[in-house]
Design a binder for this molecule. Structure first.
Ligand code: 1CP
Length: 347
C-alpha cells in the first residue's frame, strides 16, 4: 500500500481526489480495544510505552480507514518535565497536586528539552513515522488552554482563577504565557523532527475569552508562536472550541489550517478568517448519536460547503464521546470518502 498524503495536501490547499477525514479523540473510550488496554494501563502509562502507544495511535487508522493518525498523548504530558505534578483522573481529566497561581510558582517552571525529557514520545513518533501509511499529526495544547488547567488545578467551567490571574497580575500571566509559548515551539519542532507530518495546536478553552481579552492577553503569544514556527516543515492547524467570535482576529496568524467547531458554518468561518487558510471541521459530535439519515444529510452539507474552496479537511467540531458506536464512525468515514470523491470527479 502506498503512502496516503491526501490529508497533508488538503492542509496545503493542493488538489485532492477525496476529502481527507480524521477525528479528534479517534483513539479512546468508544473503542472496546482501548477500554481493554486501559484495564491494564493508565493513560500516562500508555504514553510511556512506545510500542503500546504506537499501537493505540494506529488502531483507529486500521479500524476506520481515516486519512491521518494523531499521536496518542495528552496536552499535559510536556508539562510534567517542566515541573508540573498532575494526574489524569478517569471521567474528569487532568488534575494538579497544587495549582500555579503566584509569580514564584510560575518562575519555578523550567524549559522543556523534548529529546531528554520525553524520549518515549520521540520514540513513539519514530515508530509511527516508519510504520504508518498515513501522516501522523503531532500536537500540543496552546498556552491559554494549558494555563487554565495549571491555574485552576483541573477542568473548569468559568475559568475564574485563570481570568483573575490574567486581570490582576498581567506580568505574572505574561510570564506564564511566554514559558508555555516557548514549550509549544520547542515541542512541535521536536515532534516534526521525529517524523510528525502535521501539527495541531489545541486551544480548546480559549472561546471562554472576549475578543478584547483574547487580543490583550493571548494573541501576542500566539502571534509569536506562529512566527517562530515559520521553519517548521509541516502544516499547522490551530483549533479552539466556541472560538467563532475570535476567528476574525486569527486572520493574520501564520498557520495553515483553522479548525472550526459546529457553532460557525464552514462558509461563515471562511468569511471570518479569509481566503488564506484551509479549514477543518465541523460536525457536531453529538450527531454521531443521531439516526444515520440525519447524520448523513449533515455530513453531505459540510462536504459540499467544504469543497466550495480549496483546502478542506473533514473532522468533528470537537472530540468523540465514549458513547459513540464505532460502526457509525466507520460508516461516516466511508461516506465522506465516497461522496466527496464523486463530487470532485464531477466538478
Ligand atoms: O485520538 C486522540 O485524539 C487521543 C489523543 C488525545 C488528545 C489529542 C488525548 C487522550 N488527549 C488529547 C488532547 C487533550 N487533552 C485536549 C485537547 C483536545 C480536546 O479539546 O479534546 C484537552 C483539553 C485535554 C485534557 C483532557 N484530558 C480532558 C478534558 C478535561 C476537561 O477539561 O473537560 C480529558 C477528559 C483528558 C483525558 C484523556 N486524554 C486522552 C483521552 C483518550 C482521555 C480520556 C480517556 C482516558 O482516560 O482513557
Amino acid at each position: 500500500m502506498s503512502f496516503n498524503n491526501t490529508f497533508v495536501n488538503a492542509c496545503l490547499k493542493k488538489d485532492i481526489d477525496h476529502v481527507p477525514v480524521w477525528y479528534m479523540r479517534q483513539a479512546g473510550r468508544y473503542q472496546p480495544e482501548y477500554r481493554e488496554i486501559r484495564k491494564k494501563y493508565s493513560l500516562l502509562e500508555i504514553c510511556h510505552i512506545p510500542e503500546l502507544c504506537a499501537e493505540v495511535t494506529t488502531l483507529p487508522v486500521q479500524q476506520l480507514g481515516v486519512d491521518a493518525a494523531i499521536l496518542f498523548s495528552d496536552i499535559m504530558v510536556p508539562l510534567g518535565p517542566m515541573g508540573v505534578k498532575y494526574d489524569i483522573i478517569e471521567k474528569r481529566g487532568p488534575v494538579l497536586e497544587t495549582p500555579y497561581r503566584t509569580a514564584d510558582d510560575i518562575n519555578s517552571l523550567r524549559a522543556l528539552e523534548p529529546e531528554q525529557d520525553l524520549p518515549y514520545v520521540i520514540e513513539t513518533i519514530k515508530i509511527l513515522a516508519r510504520e504508518l501509511k498515513v501522516p501522523l499529526i503531532g500536537f500540543t495544547g496552546a498556552p491559554f488552554t494549558l494555563a487554565s488547567y495549571m491555574v485552576e488545578g483541573g477542568p473548569s467551567r468559568n475559568y475564574i482563577r485563570t481570568k483573575q490571574l490574567m486581570y490582576s497580575h498581567p506580568d505574572v500571566w505574561n510570564n506564564l504565557m511566554d514559558k508555555l509559548g516557548q514549550m509549544v515551539v520547542t515541542y512541535l519542532y521536536a515532534q516534526v523532527e521525529a517524523g510528525a507530518k502535521a501539527v495541531q495546536i489545541f486551544d480548546s478553552w480559549v472561546g471562554a475569552l472576549s475578543p478584547a481579552d483574547y487580543m490583550k492577553y493571548v494573541y501576542p503569544t500566539m502571534k509569536k508562536i506562529f512566527e517562530q514556527l515559520k521553519d517548521l516543515q509541516a502544516p499547522k492547524i490551530y483549533f479552539g472550541v466556541g472560538s467563532g467570535e475570535l476567528l476574525t482576529y486569527w486572520s493574520d496568524l501564520d498557520t495553515d489550517v483553522i479548525g472550526l467547531d459546529w457553532r460557525v458554518s464552514i462558509p461563515e468561518g471562511r468569511n471570518r478568517i479569509g481566503e488564506r487558510y484551509a479549514v477543518q471541521g465541523n460536525l457536531d459530535p453529538t450527531l454521531l448519536l443521531a439516526p444515520w439519515p440525519v447524520l448523513e444529510a449533515r455530513a453531505k452539507e459540510i462536504i459540499n460547503e467544504g469543497l466550495q474552496k480549496p483546502g478542506f479537511v473533514f473532522n468533528l467540531g470537537h472530540g468523540i464521546f465514549p458513547e459513540v458506536p464505532g460502526d457509525m464512525l466507520k460508516r461516516l468515514t466511508d461516506f465522506v470518502h465516497e461522496y466527496s470523491a464523486s463530487v470532485i470527479k464531477n466538478k
